[in-house]
Design a protein around this ligand. Structure first.
Ligand SMILES: C[S@@+](CC[C@H](N)C(=O)[O-])C[C@H]1O[C@@H](n2cnc3c(N)ncnc32)[C@H](O)[C@@H]1O
Length: 346
């Protein structure tokens, strides 16, 4: 989501009298925070519980006393939500992180999201994983000087979060853990979102450490279940039993996908666009003004996948008027960013 598009969207939405903006793929919550700043009501939806927690951590002001928090943690029993975390941290890191996690259990419900987000940021730093951007094992992890270093860094982050949250206007934002290919609010003024891109990124793998520390998944089976619920934007999220888009014009868009991974790519793409189609079908019944999607094209198996065009074609099937604007280039060659705008025909 670019700042220019966000700015333009809220300006136009205000002009036509929209009060509520929906982001059906909320991710880290950029759109929701912007909506709050612009004094709109906002509804954010995501099927990844960590996305909901990350966004919640940015919208509800909290008043934790840092001295009390330090004491709570010092007196807490260590809590390790998943044994799998032993794979990702040294014993020393794990001991200090688990102690903080134990303290977080004692906090009030509203205080937990910013505390968990601070813990995960520290856990990512002090781990055997490096992000480049996909997570990979690495033996190079920062040294811990003493037994309180991780706690001190954690408390600094929480303090910063408290200050940032205090600057936010009081707001009317709701977050919903749901699959937006089957569930959307009954009436939608406007949508602004960046949906998952069909470029083989595994959103669950990227948030794996967070999901484990938060306790949203305990093992590979539970991580796999969360991956199954995602719009399949990567081979890992495709499933044999998931329905696929099956239309002659789409088959020909896939026909250039070749190479060794052709079967896997074609399968996840057919499942990805089936899910996007379902989302648009639900949206068509509810949208009052416009829906803006920033989407990127992809390059898979030697073929260009023009996501923006396929999405627009699917939207037309559901009686949407569509408009595509190129809004920028992305870091890799031949990759661009587009804005797909949808509104109902009458
Ligand atoms: C590109 S990210 C969103 C980025 C976000 N707009 C931001 O600025 O941070 C896509 C999001 O879609 C979510 N997602 C994938 N499948 C979904 C589904 N079926 N329903 C709701 N959210 C889904 C993913 O969990 C991920 O958080």
């Amino acid at each position: 989501m670019t700042p220019e598009i966000t700015e333009q969207f809220f300006e136009e939405a205000k002009e036509v009298g929209c009060r509520t903006v929906v982001d059906p793929f909320v991710g880290s919550g950029t759109v929701i925070v912007e909506a709050i700043q612009k004094e709109f009501n906002a509804i954010g939806i995501d099927v990844n519980p960590w996305a909901i927690t990350t966004t919640r951590a940015k919208i509800n002001p909290i008043t934790i006393d840092i001295k009390n928090l330090r004491e709570t943690i010092e007196n807490a029993e260590p809590y390790l939500p998943s044994d799998r975390l032993k794979k990702y941290h040294t014993e020393r890191q794990l001991r200090q992180l688990a102690k903080i996690r134990g303290g977080i259990e004692k906090l009030q419900q509203i205080e937990k999201p910013p505390a968990l987000v601070a813990l995960v940021a520290i856990a990512e730093k002090y781990s055997l994983i490096k992000y480049s951007p996909a997570p990979k094992y690495s033996k190079n992890n920062p040294l811990i000087e003493d037994e309180t270093q991780i706690l001190t860094e954690f408390l600094i982050r929480v303090e910063q979060a408290i200050q940032d949250l205090a600057k936010l206007p009081t707001n009317n934002a709701e977050l919903v853990l749901a699959d937006s290919t089957t569930w959307l609010p009954q009436k939608i003024d406007a949508v602004l979102t960046s949906p998952p891109f069909a470029n083989n990124v595994d959103y669950i793998r990227h948030s794996q450490l967070a999901l484990l520390w938060a306790g949203y998944a305990k093992n590979s089976r539970e991580l796999g279940r969360l991956r199954t619920m995602q719009i399949p934007s990567c081979e890992a999220a495709a499933r044999r039993q998931k329905p696929q888009l099956n239309q002659p014009w789409f088959e020909s868009a896939l026909s250039n996908v070749g190479g060794k991974r052709k079967k896997g790519y074609r399968r996840f793409l057919a499942q990805y666009f089936y899910a996007i189609d379902k989302h648009l079908q639900v949206l068509a019944e509810r949208l009052e003004w416009e829906a803006w999607y920033t989407v990127g094209n992809s390059q898979l198996g030697g073929a260009e996948i023009q996501t923006q065009e396929i999405m627009a074609k699917l939207a037309q099937k559901h009686e949407f008027k569509t408009k595509i604007e190129k809004i920028g280039v992305r870091c890799k060659p031949n990759r661009s960013l587009y804005l797909v705008k949808l509104c109902k025909k009458n």
